[in-house]
Design a protein around this ligand. Structure first.
Ligand code: NAD
Length: 505
């Protein structure tokens, strides 16, 4: 080991207020994808304790819902302060635990800070409607109440931001939260929980003890949240396979799920595109985070008239991009999360070759020996949209295809089961507007002159079809964490019934 990750991890965690017993002597072995080294052995929660934690969270909800929303916002403001003060440390921990390049590790914490700011403002809104009543001397309104315990199940690739998107909104809405992070990334979760506890201590006694609970464990612990009637909302981020299971089970007990699942995101490059800008955007969209974003660009649909200009240049960028340990170098592409991910990538590339694809790159790069998995990003020229192109392989593979008409390109882009993000590169306003119209992209996110990744927190985030349909973060995504109540008030002395119904007794 060229640098002592375990020593640094210990210092970072303790610096953020985590006790050593929370990350040593346990059964969950955490490895850094940077080197494959063991970073920590984290204790896992038992099912009995997890069920007891749901009871405590339910009790805490009974207290928290009584606190006025703007006051609840104050707690989230303090959380934002803790995150600001610990941005470097938590960002570094994201880099060490997930392998993201430093600016992305820091960017992830910035996203947490941003959603806290958003939620603080929201805490003075959470507004309902006034509706005109058809009856005299009646008032008809709609108000929003907290839902209860919100379960959060998160994926490895945004190990802390996804919690913040959910928790910041859920808390100002008056809910308590229980978090089951990815078993691949418990350390960043433990650190985040420690920062939350610091904020809660500063907030004072109005914050009940079990306001935010962390459950470190495998999917069976997540399944407890999914099955429990006392958890009315389950927000689950991860693979479509996971979401299908979670969504069905939550629906069976008439709970509400917010599903943020896989993507198979495309960009269309039209004849009017600014090709220099396109080249840079495609490079970041497809190779950034080593292809491990739900919004990673996976399919590039290029007009035949610009294909021969753009693609050789793009292959040049793929050949030149620096792959390596981002802590020891200025590499822009870090490691894959683990061996399984590497094997999935190789098997997709094999299938692409068999389907007639021409593969550039994709081979393993030896950086730190056998225990880490670095790859050159792959660009695959495909004769048609078949086989692995229709699936999400969570690795840096960009499939490139040609088109002749925009209708054909939009149809290709929409002909997959996922519906998360999409984009068009064009300066022709007619083509742009068609892409954004009801006949255009069928995704939750549709961008113009940028790639499909890198969303801001102000907009609602999520996608259609097998991406799950959930929305998180900005806009009115907060409504998913609340229950709607319609109130009709009669302030008169008679009892007129709606629709003119008579019932005189
Ligand atoms: P994963 O599905 O393997 O695991 C995600 C989480 O779900 C983990 O915490 C895991 O323990 C839990 N889990 C798995 N099966 C479960 C079950 N049956 N019941 C309860 N909990 C269960 O996903 P991953 O490999 O960590 O993450 C990569 C995937 O996440 C990709 O498909 C990516 O597109 C997706 N993702 C989507 C978004 C989005 O917002 N749409 C964001 C990030 C990641």
């Amino acid at each position: 080991m060229s640098f002592h990750l375990d020593v640094e991890i210990k210092a970072l965690l303790q610096g953020m207020g985590v006790a050593e017993s929370e990350f040593s002597g346990g059964t969950l072995i955490v490895r850094s994808p940077l080197t494959g080294d063991v970073l920590a052995k984290v204790p896992e929660i038992s099912s009995e304790k997890a069920i007891a934690a749901i009871s405590s969270s339910s009790e805490a909800f009974n207290e928290w819902r009584k606190i006025p929303a703007p006051r609840r916002g104050e707690l989230v403001r303090l959380l934002g302060e803790e995150l600001r003060a610990n941005k470097e440390a938590l960002g570094r921990l994201v880099t060490l635990e997930v392998g993201k390049v430093p600016s992305e590790g820091l960017g992830e914490v910035q996203e947490m800070i941003d959603i806290c700011d958003f939620a603080v403002g929201l805490s003075r809104q959470l507004y309902g409607l006034t509706i005109q009543s058809e009856r005299p001397d009646h008032r008809l309104t709609e108000q929003w109440h907290p839902a209860g315990v919100v379960g959060i199940i998160s994926a490895f690739n945004f190990p802390v931001a996804v919690w913040a998107w959910n928790a910041a909104l859920a808390l100002v809405c008056g809910n308590t939260v229980i978090w089951k992070p990815s078993e691949k990334t418990p350390l960043t979760a433990i650190a985040t929980q420690a920062l939350f506890l610091k904020a809660a201590a500063r907030f004072g006694a109005e914050a009940p003890k079990a306001l935010s609970t962390l459950l470190v464990g495998g999917r069976e612990i997540g399944a407890l949240l999914v099955e429990d009637q006392r958890v009315p909302v389950v927000s689950a981020t991860g693979s479509t396979r996971m979401g299908r299971d979670v969504g069905e089970r939550v629906a069976r007990r008439f709970g509400r799920s917010i599903l943020e699942l896989g993507g198979n995101n495309a960009s269309i490059v039209t004849p009017s595109a600014d090709l220099d800008l396109t080249l840079r955007a495609v490079a970041f969209g497809a190779m950034g985070t080593a292809g491990q974003r739900c919004t990673t660009l996976r399919r590039l649909i290029v007009h035949s008239s610009v294909y021969e200009t753009l693609i050789p240049k793009l292959v040049g960028v793929y050949n030149a991009i620096k792959v390596g340990n981002p802590v020891e170098s200025d590499a822009l592409v870090g490691p894959l999360i683990d061996q399984l991910s590497f094997e999935a990538m190789q098997s997709s590339l094999k299938a692409a070759r068999e389907a007639g694809g021409t593969v550039h790159g994709g081979q393993r790069v030896n950086i730190n020996g056998d225990a880490s998995f670095y790859v050159r990003p792959a660009l695959v020229e495909m004769p048609s949209q078949t086989g692995p192109v229709l699936e999400e392989t969570f690795a840096p593979i960009l499939y490139v295809m040609k088109y002749e008409t925009l209708d054909e390109a939009i149809s290709l882009q929409n002909s997959v089961v996922q519906g998360l993000s999409s984009s068009i590169f064009a300066t022709d306003i007619r083509e742009v507007e068609l892409f954004l119209s009801a006949q255009g992209s069928d995704c939750g996110i549709a961008n113009v002159n940028m790639g499909p990744s890198g969303a801001e927190i102000g907009g609602a985030f999520g996608g259609e079809k097998e991406t799950g349909g959930g929305r998180e973060s900005g806009s009115d995504a907060w409504k998913a964490y609340m229950r709607r109540q319609t109130n009709a008030v009669n302030y008169g002395r008679t009892l007129p019934l709606a629709q003119g119904v008579k019932f005189d007794v």
